[in-house]
Design a protein around this ligand. Structure first.
Ligand SMILES: *[C@@H]1O[C@H](CO)[C@@H](O)[C@H](O)[C@H]1NC(C)=O
Ligand SMILES: *[C@@H]1O[C@H](CO)[C@@H](O)[C@H](O)[C@H]1NC(C)=O
Ligand SMILES: *[C@@H]1O[C@H](CO)[C@@H](O)[C@H](O)[C@H]1NC(C)=O
Length: 420
């Protein structure tokens, strides 16, 4: 088609441009629907064999109650790329007993989804509402799905500012995953997740999210995984952290302190960004025996790409820990391997693993050798800026100081920084 453009006569080109919006790919109104411009969408059933309904680039303004009435076999409904859509009314998606997926995406003028718009959808497994203009978290409390591992995705809705109490109550009676990212959230209220069983709660990239009520997790089971990366949260709620196994908080520069370690009774793995732009990895070790620690420690080392290059002005942080079982590693990216590492090490077994690992990259070979010989007493820092981590596992405060790594190759992909 591109090749034909130069051949068009001057008058034909503007004419074609005028017609172009109607000729957008996928802009046709599918059977059995009617899609009147600036009107209400209606897709009456029954319709044997209709399982997928894809409604894109449609000129409709409204999705009225019972819009899909009788479409008993429909499994997936997708509504996207409609600039004219403004409102979804109560009972719009009502009693669709086979419906498993609803996607509403890229409808920037959709400002209102009435309460009860999604009602009685027992097979619903995936509801995604992304990049719309809605002002309030959509009401999902009348869905009553009984599907296992329900996924709710609410993303890139810049005008939703609050997650109110009981927001997900009644959505699903089994376990759920909440992917709530890139929204305008500023606040999460008390009991927000009341009545849910949360596998994973993703709150990343809610760049304005500052406040999470202390009782936000009240009445909820879980979450096992919590991701608050790239938010402005300054603190986590102190209640409800016991179920968290994985905590991810990269680029969470406002998160200056964590609740006490005792609250994280099941924490296995945490990736945090310290205010100093460095990535902090905390891992709780299930067993305190050195052998187990030794076994697990090497795969706990991770480097995130959120780290920025270190400067010599870097301030040495003090990290207070109350439980000697916690393994805490503060890490700079192996960024062309000229930047300092920071690390704190709680056990001798871990120190040994750490140096053995570094020695693979050509760093701290002497320490590694010393540890290989189990010659702990002879251990002294050989690295440029020295290492003053405590050797006493029971010490409650660790001082971290920069350590220069001189290696130039990083063979392990997991440890390699993109800029390396
Ligand atoms: C779900 O769809 C199947 C066919 O795909 C149909 O036989 C069945 O009746 C539908 N269920 C309901 C509750 O309508
Ligand atoms: C969820 O609801 C379904 C249908 O009512 C039921 O069979 C199932 O046992 C319920 N699950 C839980 C965990 O209560
Ligand atoms: C929490 O949910 C339960 C039902 O699951 C309800 O009875 C209770 O009122 C809710 N609590 C608050 C504070 O909203």
């Amino acid at each position: 088609m591109g090749r034909r453009w130069p051949a068009l006569r001057p008058l034909t080109a503007p004419l074609l441009l005028l017609l172009l919006p109607r000729a957008l790919p996928g802009a046709h109104c599918p059977e059995p629907c009617s899609c009147p411009p600036d009107g209400a969408l209606r897709c009456p059933g029954p319709r044997a064999g209709l399982t997928l309904l894809s409604l894109t680039y449609l000129p409709i303004r409204l999705i009225p109650p019972q819009a899909f009435r009788g479409l008993n076999e429909v499994i997936k409904i997708e509504i996207s790329q409609s600039d004219s859509l403004e409102k979804i009314e109560a009972n719009a998606f009502d009693n669709l007993l086979n419906l498993s997926e609803i996607l509403i995406q890229n409808t920037k003028n959709l400002v209102y989804i009435e309460p009860g718009a999604f009602r009685n959808l027992p097979r619903l497994k995936y509801l995604s509402i992304c990049n719309t203009g809605i002002r309030k978290l959509p009401d999902v409390t009348k869905i009553f799905s009984s599907e296992f591992n329900f996924i709710l995705e609410i993303c890139d809705n810049l005008h939703i500012t609050t997650i109110p109490g009981n927001a997900f109550q009644g959505m699903n009676n089994e376990s759920i995953t909440l992917k709530l990212y890139g929204n305008g959230f500023e606040e999460i209220q008390s009991h927000a997740f009341n009545g849910t069983t949360l596998i994973s709660l993703e709150l990343k990239e809610n760049a304005h999210l500052e406040k999470m009520h202390n009782g936000a997790f009240r009445g909820a089971t879980g979450p096992s995984i919590l991701d608050i990366s790239s938010t402005k949260l300054q603190a986590l709620p102190s209640y409800g952290l016991e179920s968290i196994q994985t905590l991810i908080a990269t680029s969470s520069y406002s998160l200056k302190k964590l609740p006490s370690r005792e609250k994280f009774t099941n924490l296995l793995d945490a990736t945090l960004t310290y205010p100093s732009h460095c990535s902090l990895i905390i891992s709780k070790l299930q067993k305190s025996e050195d052998t187990k620690i030794s076994k697990s420690s090497s795969h706990l080392l991770r480097v995130t790409n959120s780290c920025v290059g270190a400067t010599s002005a870097f301030k040495v942080p003090l990290i207070t820990v109350t439980n000697s079982k916690v393994l805490l590693v503060l890490f700079y990216p192996v960024n062309s391997c000229a930047n300092p590492f920071l690390y704190a090490i709680f056990t001798k077994a871990f120190q040994r693993d750490f140096f053995l690992l570094l020695s693979k990259f050509g760093c701290c070979k002497r320490q590694a050798e010393l540890y290989r010989r189990k010659d702990f007493v002879a251990y002294t820092s050989n690295c440029k800026n020295g290492f003053t981590g405590s050797n006493k596992p029971s010490q409650s405060t660790l001082k971290l100081s920069p350590l220069q790594c001189q290696s130039t190759t990083v063979p392990d992909k997991r440890l390699a920084n993109k800029e390396c």
